[in-house]
Design a protein around this ligand. Structure first.
Ligand SMILES: [Zn+2]
Length: 431
């Protein structure tokens, strides 16, 4: 093993074993230059980028942290970065949102790496849920593309550059700036009140948007983006809010029946930074609802819990709450809690499901007997506060009820349909 002293450091021959570049030296100081007689080998074994490829850009809002390199067959390996859960072995990757710079017409094969999520201490590759991605030359107009699965939980995306820039995302993105624009549009509407109930780990304000008359006969609550990758749910929320503010007779009747409270983006920090699942201190905001939230590590949930307690105290607790998520199945998740609440809960949720099928493109159905999801908002709010709450997943790969890929337009249409769903639900409920 050769050794040489250089700038006061004793370095061993790992320079030869390494990549053949000065990367290891640079780890000791950015201005390091290898001596002329250093034992650095030629970089013959490192594959070049595909012809025409320039860069993968993640410098923008909601872009996913990643790094990339190249395979011998010109594949671009996109290495996603896991979020880690606090006090846990659990980890999650799966959000991707980046921009490729390459010559127009370049054909590229991308392989996603680091799909080996761990959930409930069990390995669970996200590969089986990765079936569709979305691409756009301008980050405005998106179209779906199918992902290919190879043995060994490998997922491939093949694209031909339609222009020098191509955005790639797991779900049609909905960013903080999209929410900001929505809130600015509706802020002065007499039917709207936007209340800051707390702040995220990084200090971003958490808003609850009230739409309608607080003295209406009934109340519903919706929350989205506890898991930041699940952008489809934000489009649902946007469609819901916009429909609630329409002026036709039908929606006027809906507003007479119920007032809506919406927390549109629970994990704003994660959305801003392009994370997948946890908040910035490693807490899953759709877990821990079986006990009081920790204000230090889960300030997002603590703020919401305080708001809910104040509503309960005022006799204004929401009667129905939907916690919106994306996955590869799209079920309504109904926790079978033991005890006297179960039967009336299931009856109310059966009514809700019936109207979801009637008034929206929902066809996926609900979870079966013995299903539990401990600590989720759905189960926790039912258990601790008596709110008929459920996690509503949305399949991010395919909409069976429309026989089409998901899109912002389809999600918004669903959100608009939810207004009619709650109207029907409460209308039938009235004596
Ligand atoms: Zn989720």
């Amino acid at each position: 093993m050769s050794k040489f002293a250089w700038r006061g450091l004793t370095l061993t021959s790992f320079l030869v074993i390494g990549s053949g570049t000065c990367l290891e030296l640079c780890a000791f100081g950015g201005d390091a230059v290898a001596p002329a007689n250093s034992p650095v080998t030629a970089a013959t074994s490192i594959p070049n980028p595909p012809d025409g490829f320039e860069f993968i850009d993640t410098s923008f809002e909601n872009a996913s942290p990643l790094w990339y390199d190249f395979g011998q067959d010109s594949t671009v390996n996109v290495h996603l970065v896991y979020d880690n859960e606090r006090s846990s072995v659990n980890r999650a990757a799966g959000h991707f949102h980046f921009m490729i710079s390459a010559r127009t017409g370049t054909q590229l094969t991308l392989e996603f790496q680091n799909l080996d999520n761990i959930w409930n201490r069990q390995p669970g590759s996200i590969a089986r849920e990765l079936k569709t991605a979305f691409i756009s030359p301008d980050a405005v107009n998106w179209k779906p593309v199918s992902l290919s699965a190879l043995p060994g939980n490998r997922i491939i995306l093949k694209v031909t550059m339609p222009s020098p820039r191509l955005f790639v995302a797991r779900v049609e993105p909905y960013r903080l700036s999209d929410l900001k624009k929505l809130l600015e549009r509706i802020r002065t509407n007499a039917l709207v009140e936007i209340k800051t109930i707390g702040r995220t780990v990084e200090g971003r304000p958490l808003e609850i948007v009230r739409i309608g008359d607080p003295n209406a006969a009934h109340r519903v609550f919706l929350r989205a983006r506890a898991h930041p990758w699940e952008a489809g749910t934000s489009w649902v929320i946007q469609g819901f809010i916009q429909r609630m503010l329409d002026t036709d007779d039908s929606v006027r009747e809906s507003r007479r029946l119920f007032c809506a409270y919406v927390l549109p983006m629970a994990n704003k920090d994660g959305v801003a930074r392009g994370r997948t699942r946890f908040n910035l201190l490693g807490k899953d905001l759709n877990r821990g609802w079986d006990k009081p939230a920790d204000p230090l590590t889960a300030p997002e949930n603590h703020a919401l819990e305080q708001w809910l307690e104040s509503m309960v105290h005022a006799g204004l607790a929401p009667e129905v709450a939907l916690e919106l998520h994306n996955d590869g199945a799209g079920l309504l998740q109904l926790s079978r809690l033991e005890g006297p609440r179960l039967q009336p809960y299931l009856e109310h949720m059966a009514r809700l499901e019936r109207f979801l099928r009637k008034d929206t493109w929902f066809t996926e159905g609900s979870t079966g007997a013995n299903f539990r999801n401990p600590g989720s908002l759905g189960e926790g709010w039912l258990e601790r506060f008596g709110v008929y709450a459920a996690v509503h997943e949305f399949n991010c790969n395919w909409i069976a009820g429309l026989n089409d890929y998901p899109s912002a337009a389809h999600w918004r249409e669903y959100g608009a349909g939810l207004v009619r769903v709650f109207s029907d639900y409460f209308d039938e409920h009235l004596p």
